[in-house]
Design a binder for this molecule. Structure first.
Ligand code: TXA
Ligand code: MG
Length: 318
């Protein structure tokens, strides 16, 4: 399934993407986190096509992407916490879940039956240029089949969803490499629904300590299914050694030897660098011909929390 053209994001290609979106088609587009599968958020048919293309459960709501804060404020009710977070972290890898405004004009399918809506302003020139050219907010989940590895390169999108999009805009590798942090601001206490590109410590410095969903509270974060982000090969975490026929995802200076293929997320032990390589390296190890992937431990701080969240879900029983 690689039918869709992969286009360099020049003005002509951005205009073509915007026209496709206005026509209700799907477009693969780069953001700073991962590639998105974008559709016109105001069109029920276009949003329904996202769910179909990804084989995504209907109860899992979508993030709506905007090019400026004012556009977000037309879709959801901001409070003072949202004002502060947007001022500090937008454009950037932060998604805020807020009460949906009745007059916002966004398809109710984006909310998947909830009263809230998730909004984010991406820190990627191509993404914002396409939103502006389309002249409407864009719903965009990560551009992977539901449950599989997220895409951080245009080829990843073309390989898995190439038959389902009008085109893919190639913005090169995504600089952040893990999805946005999702924070729910519909309650009195901010709730961290998904660790991501903005570290929890950074958010807490602006709005104070965040709550965490209790185990089993699936309603608040419908997307946080246990198994997710899965490579085709089995994944073993916290490895200190390598077993026969394993490929190795390593981190830091001390790396076990003997793997069929080794990719080191950051030999220097830098978590930001590690996040930027995470999905690309998992894609490559998945296609290495090994029988399984082993991963060494990653520290549980800063972006390490988002990396470990993705690795735990990728390794979860399917
Ligand atoms: O970095 C990102 O956020 C990427 C790029 C493309 O922007 N998008 C992305 O979308 O990761 P997706 O659909 O793969 O993940 C969205 C997450 C899901 O866990 C979903 O359940 C949650 O956000 N979400 C969306 N709307 C929500 C809402 N109204 N309430 C609670 N959670 C919501
Ligand atoms: Mg996703």
């Amino acid at each position: 399934m690689t039918d869709a053209p992969i286009l360099a994001p020049d003005p002509a290609a951005i205009a073509r993407a915007a026209q496709a979106l206005r026509d209700g088609l799907l477009v693969g587009l780069p953001t700073e986190t991962v590639y998105g599968l974008a559709a016109d958020a105001t069109s029920d048919r276009a949003v329904a096509a996202i769910f179909a293309a990804k084989n995504r459960p209907r109860f899992n709501p979508l993030i709506v992407h905007v090019a400026d804060i004012e556009s977000a404020q037309r879709l959801v009710a901001f409070d003072s916490r949202a004002d502060s977070l947007a001022a500090k972290f937008w454009p950037g890898p932060l998604t805020m879940v807020l009460p949906r405004r009745a007059d916002g004009g966004v398809s109710l399918l984006c909310s998947a039956g909830l009263d809230s809506l998730a909004v984010r302003m991406p820190a990627h020139d191509v993404a914002r240029a396409v939103i502006r050219a389309a002249g409407r907010p864009l719903a965009a989940p990560s551009a992977n089949p539901s449950g599989r590895l997220s895409p951080t390169r245009a080829e990843h999108v073309a390989r898995s969803l190439g038959g389902k999009v009008a085109l893919v805009l190639d913005g090169g590798p995504c600089p952040v490499g893990v999805e946005s942090t999702v924070v729910d601001l519909t309650g009195a206490k901010a709730l961290l629904l998904r660790p991501g590109g903005i570290a929890e410590e950074q958010l807490a410095a602006v709005i104070g300590a965040l709550d965490h969903p209790k185990a089993g509270s699936a309603i608040k974060s419908p997307g946080m299914l246990e198994s997710h982000y899965a490579p085709h090969l089995p994944l073993r975490l916290g490895a200190h050694d390598v077993r026969p026929d394993e490929a190795l995802l390593a981190f830091g200076g001390a790396v076990p030897t003997g793997a069929r293929m080794t990719l080191n997320l950051s030999p220097a032990g830098d978590l930001v660098e590690a996040a930027s390589h995470l999905f690309d390296y998992l894609h490559r190890l998945d296609q290495s011909g090994a029988k399984a992937i082993a991963a060494t431990a990653i520290p549980e701080r800063g972006l390490g929390r988002a990396i470990n969240d993705r690795l735990r879900r990728a390794a979860a029983p399917r």
